[in-house]
Design a protein. Structure first.
Lengths: 301, 415
């Protein structure tokens, strides 16, 4: 059954990919592209299926022209002794945790950008170098970035990494949901290589349905929580697990979009430039009155 | 009339003193690490990493730098907008401090961003949702406004005194003519820039507080609050006059002048209410969000919060209420220094101490290189300040009265 739905998703993604290439004429705008398409794609990560082979790590590096080494070297399970984070050498990493309920297999969790529906990085970036694309991916534009690292401050999942060792043209590095591959109708590299189908690529709404169904059918296998369905307003990547997500090092986050408060303050201060202009007028008035009063005082003398 | 006390002149002193040599060494030490940063990258000089993307340079050079340059807009509002001429003698030194302060803020940003050669990008690439974009644009415009506000001091220095060397001397007349035209134009339009300066300051001082809000739960609840922009604005307004007093007393000591206590005492009497408003909002916010529970824990956050509030706000607030403090240069200096340090610690707390990334492996502490660069910048700022007050009419000599000057008219300019 997962195979069938995957083929189905593949077809749909090809159609969407074609649509995106057709729409990619950029128009002048005062802010970055931030599209929340109803047909946006996502990935459902079933951590109860993942075996920790780390093939996805290799495929990711291979697809993004990062030094990947040979695939066999990834069989070494010693790396699990330490919890790792994505960085400029690896845009995704797999960490291993102790077994969850009704299982004696360790839990393996793939970590990468969650591709939020309301991304903090898109909201924060000073030049609008980040954008949320129609297919759900949150991507970064190297031609705009000034390297201020505010995206890293903003990201609730602590995902974007910076090339601190580079004196010239350091990049912000993070998973781009294989934007270039999916544009051509291909699957994201990690999804394609996964030998156990722990990763399911498809329209997000569909994935939520699939995830709910899996929990309902196998209540012993999963805890009743799809991480990413509601967290920070929803993410394109979602997770299923058999133990509490906080035990798997997922941050505890509310349902509100991360940029919400900051954006409403920002727009409050700048509502059609009314507050600054009013303040200017007010100060001008005070200045005129106090000057006039001074002049009158002088005249009276 | 009080405005007779306003008689700015270049202060003629020997530039090089033992203290100046110490500053030069500190500045050179900073330069060495600056070169290292540009040759080998940010990672080579700083302790910043993917867990802690912002450190000392953003927390102190930028955030605290902007706050401590607030004397510029608060004195401009007092002296020019409210037209209190008795304070005009401190407007110019405060303006100079703000101008140099913001220049070094810009340099701090330039050093901290990974792609310094793209620093102009925000001018053409806009993101209206970003608090940082707002801060960036406002600071850029305000810096320009500060330079424009400083221009009359330059024209005043050179009008009637243009003396170019060698064959350039044929340009003496045209340059003088140009300065006079410029000066006349500036004196007619200056009010536009002065009001703009106050508005721009209000905007970016508060937006600097909005910056960390998007970090959400990554910021310690003692500091993370939706009223952060208001707290930043109120603390900036409150630190403006203490900074002016702090700097004025140091300058008069260093240049061997009598402290201008007649102005500083009156300025000091306005600080307590401003600090009080800030304190009320800070405490009010703490009780509304019930964050005082975190103060019962004993950790870096609670200790730093207590230091910031007790030594930076409450103690100086009490001091500024006392007439004895207001009349004593030493006590006034201590109280002002406490407020200045309090705001400095507050900005460090907001940007560094409060920031607790979910996957931190270690806590951040600035490297020797980072500290060297920050100290170096401060040393360079002081050296530039000293040079400018010795060569431009910035500081007013108390007691040496001349005829009262109308605003922005300059000697030698005939009507």
């Amino acid at each position: 059954m997962p195979g069938k739905s995957r083929r189905d998703f593949l077809k749909k993604s090809a159609i969407i990919g074609a649509g995106i290439t057709g729409l990619s004429t950029s128009t002048a705008k005062a802010g970055p592209k931030n599209i929340l398409s109803p047909d946006r794609m996502g990935v459902l990560v079933d951590t109860t299926v993942c075996v920790g082979c780390r093939n996805c790590e290799w495929a990711c590096k291979d697809a993004h022209n990062l030094p990947a080494g040979n695939l066999e070297s990834y069989e070494d399970r010693k790396v699990f002794e330490k919890k790792r984070r994505p960085d400029h050498t690896a845009l995704t990493v797999v960490n291993e945790y102790s077994p969850g309920k009704n299982s004696n297999m360790p839990v393996d969790v793939k970590v990468q950008c969650m591709h939020c529906d309301h991304p903090a990085c898109v909201s924060a970036c000073i030049v609008g170098a980040f954008s949320k694309q129609e297919n759900g991916s949150v991507i970064w534009d190297t031609d705009m970035c000034i390297g201020c690292r505010y995206c890293m401050v903003a990201c609730p999942f602590q995902v974007p990494a910076f090339e601190y060792h580079k004196a010239l043209h350091p990049d912000i590095m993070k998973c781009d949901f294989c934007f270039e591959r999916t544009k051509e109708g291909k699957l994201p590299a990690c999804v394609e290589i996964c030998p156990v189908e722990a990763l399911t690529y498809g329209p997000r709404t569909e994935l939520v349905r699939v995830a709910r169904e899996r929990i309902k059918k196998n209540p012993d296998r999963y805890i009743d929580h799809i991480f990413g369905e509601y967290e920070v307003g929803g993410t394109s990547w979602m997770y299923l697990a058999n133990k509490d997500f906080s035990e798997l090092d997922f941050p505890k986050l509310g349902d509100k979009p991360a940029p919400g408060v900051s954006e409403s303050i920002q727009h409050g201060i700048f509502a059609y430039f009314v507050p600054p202009v009013s303040l200017y007028a007010l100060l001008g008035g005070i200045m005129w009155i106090s000057k006039r009063r001074k002049e009158l005082e002088e005249e009276l003398k | 009339m009080a405005n007779q006390l306003h008689n700015p002149v270049p202060i003629k002193r020997k530039y090089f003193t033992p203290g100046v040599f110490v500053l030069i060494i500190l500045a050179l030490n900073g330069l060495v690490f600056l070169i290292g940063r540009f040759l080998f990258g940010i990672g080579a000089v700083t302790n910043l990493d993917n867990q802690y993307p912002w450190g000392l340079w953003i927390g102190v050079d930028v955030a605290a730098g902007v706050a401590l340059a607030a004397g510029g807009f608060t004195t401009a509002a007092l002296g020019h907008v409210m037209h209190k001429e008795e304070y005009h003698a401190i407007v110019r030194p405060a303006l100079l401090t703000a101008m140099l302060g913001y220049t070094f803020v810009a340099m701090g940003v330039f050093v901290d961003i990974g792609r310094w050669y793209y620093i102009w990008h925000p001018l053409i690439m806009w993101n209206g949702n970003s608090a940082l974009f707002e801060v960036g644009i406002c600071v850029m415009i305000y810096l320009t406004v500060l330079y424009i506000e400083f221009l009359p001091i330059v024209t005043e220095r050179f009008i009637g005194r243009v003396n170019l060397p060698g064959f350039l001397s044929i340009l003496n007349k045209p340059v003088d003519k140009f300065l006079r035209v410029l000066d006349k134009g500036l004196s007619k339009t200056m009010f536009i820039f002065i009001i703009a300066g106050v508005v721009l300051s209000t905007l970016h001082q508060s937006s600097l507080g909005t910056l960390m809000i998007i970090a959400g739960p990554k910021m310690h609840p003692l500091w993370q609050t939706p009223v952060l922009p208001l707290l930043f604005l109120l603390s900036a307004i409150a630190v403006g006059f203490p900074m002016v007093i702090f700097e004025s007393l140091i300058a008069s000591r260093s240049l061997g002048l009598k402290p201008e206590m007649h102005i500083l005492t009156r300025l000091g009497s306005m600080i307590a209410p401003l600090l009080g408003i800030y304190l009320a909002f800070k405490i009010g916010d703490m009780f509304i969000r019930e964050t005082f529970v975190y103060l019962t824990e004993f950790n870096t956050a609670s200790v730093m919060f207590t230091i910031e509030l007790l030594f930076g706000v409450i103690i100086p607030l009490r001091m500024f209420l006392s007439p004895k403090v207001l009349k004593s240069p030493l006590l006034l200096f201590i109280a002002s220094t406490l407020v200045v340090l309090g705001v400095l610690i507050n900005r460090i707390n907001n940007f560094i101490v409060a920031y607790t990334p979910p996957y931190a492996e270690k806590t951040y502490f600035p490297s020797f290189g980072e500290i060297s660069v920050t100290v170096g910048f401060v040393a360079m700022l002081v050296l530039a300040y000293r040079f400018i007050v010795m060569n431009f009419p910035v500081i007013s000599l108390p007691g040496k009265h001349s005829a009262p000057q109308a605003k922005y008219t300059i000697r030698g300019v005939g009507k």
